[in-house]
Design a protein around this ligand. Sequence first.
Ligand code: HEM
Length: 515
Amino acid sequence: MSSKQFSVEEVAAHNKEGDLWVIIDSRVYNLSKFAAMHPGGLSVLLEEEVAGKDATEAFFSLHRYEVLERPQFKRLVIGSIAGQKQQIFPRASGELSKIPYAEATWLTSGYFSPYYKDHHRKFQAAFRKFVEDVIVPDGRAREEDGKRPSQSVFDEMAKLNIIAMRLGPGPHLKGLELMGGIVKPEEFDYFHELIMGQEISRAHARGYNDGLGGGTYIGLPPIMNFGKPELAKRITQEVFAGKKLCALAITEAFAGSDVAGLRCHAKKVDGGYIVTGTKKWITNGTFADYFTVGCRTDQGGLSVLMIERGPGVETKQIKTPYSTTAGTAYITFDNVFVPADHLLGKENQGLQVILSNFNHERWGMTTASISAQRLIVEECLKWVSQRKVFGKPLHSQAVIRSKIAAMISRVEAAQNWLESVTYQMNHMSYKDQANHLAGPIALLKKFATETAQETARDAVQVFGGRGITKTGMGRFIEHYHRTVPFDAVLGGAEDVLGDLGVRQALRKMPKDARL
Ligand code: HEM
């Protein structure tokens, strides 16, 4: 970038077509050639208060900061105004945001939390930097082109054992060096996993988030915990090394939350099973290598089989509102032979295998959903401060402040409930979690996704047309509003979860309780 210094008067002389300069945040841009190609048109740049003038305010009410960071636009800078200093700085990679409520309380300067220790803080700082340096650029690109997340990202994640850590605390972490040694395997707890879930949302790329191991998060635990030791070891090692991916293939066009209604059939034959049937809405299905498949057996029971991609296994993309980078698939199994030792758990006792991971899955989805909601609060706070209406910031309108108040309250309530549930998880065995937390986790997820949708709707109102436009200032709002139903449906639809939560509570009602 040029270090040449200009005076305001010098810039003012360049105020016409073919000779057009503007000042943005103390830097001088020569737009003489670019003006004709400007996506917002030439005429707006030739206006009296823009051409040759300080256009900082006009610029930031119409563009995101990232426009100035694009290399083709950085090149337009020819110097800066003598005696002026740059005032507006983007947040550097890995840094915390200084916008109020943009970070959870424990990450906000001047506040305290009983839950997080020093190693959680170090872990968060390192993991955010990794997300912003490695995941966000790939996330943005793949969200656009719809290709599966790049192999290089899986390789980088594997080096730090991020894929293993994504599955949460447990014996699978034993002996691994986690995040370059920042946290010891025996220290790693559900708050570390919460941090990962929350940081990974930062790409504003909901489809990519699922593409990046969403299938493994739910498809690998049944293999790891219920597979024959040799099979479990082989697949776990391949997946942790970033070489292979899993998908959980339970839902069908015939049966969704109603797991008992599955039709995919496993016929017992010599040495194994022959599987025939279909599966729908399978996350990562278009590119996964291993499928954890719920099948009906000859006796009508449910068994879970690990099926490897191969002859007779076909996966087709399903188009959904989010990017195909998630790999959402329709799968057909056509007379696929599955060896007997690929059975997970016991024959006809598959329900237990499938249900065993549900609470963890729902809790994990909630971590990411709440941080995505928080990013929207940050977007809105920035927008209402920099956007001017009738000569005043948008936040001068009481109705806007009221919407922001509701947004902040929702996300804070959801985060605080999440942290309280996470603390319980840290102190309970997996079995006790199932007993005590299935209900609260179901209700928490329902609460988080309902509040997410309210915030998505409010954010669109605050951003107006920009909130329904795929590029430009409101692009993250548009993305959020379009993709937020995924959180509300995947892992259990809101009504199903609400019902589950209340039924669990009713089961625990003391017999002697009366008004
Ligand atoms: C360095 C100078 C500038 C660059 C590189 C630039 C670049 C762009 C780009 C890339 C867009 C497409 C939308 C987006 O990606 O956000 C855009 C839109 C636009 N620009 Fe600029 N611009 C510059 C200065 C200005 C200035 C000074 C004005 C003053 C009025 C202006 C007015 C607009 C308008 C009205 C739009 C359309 C916005 C919309 O669709 O919401 N631009 N500009």
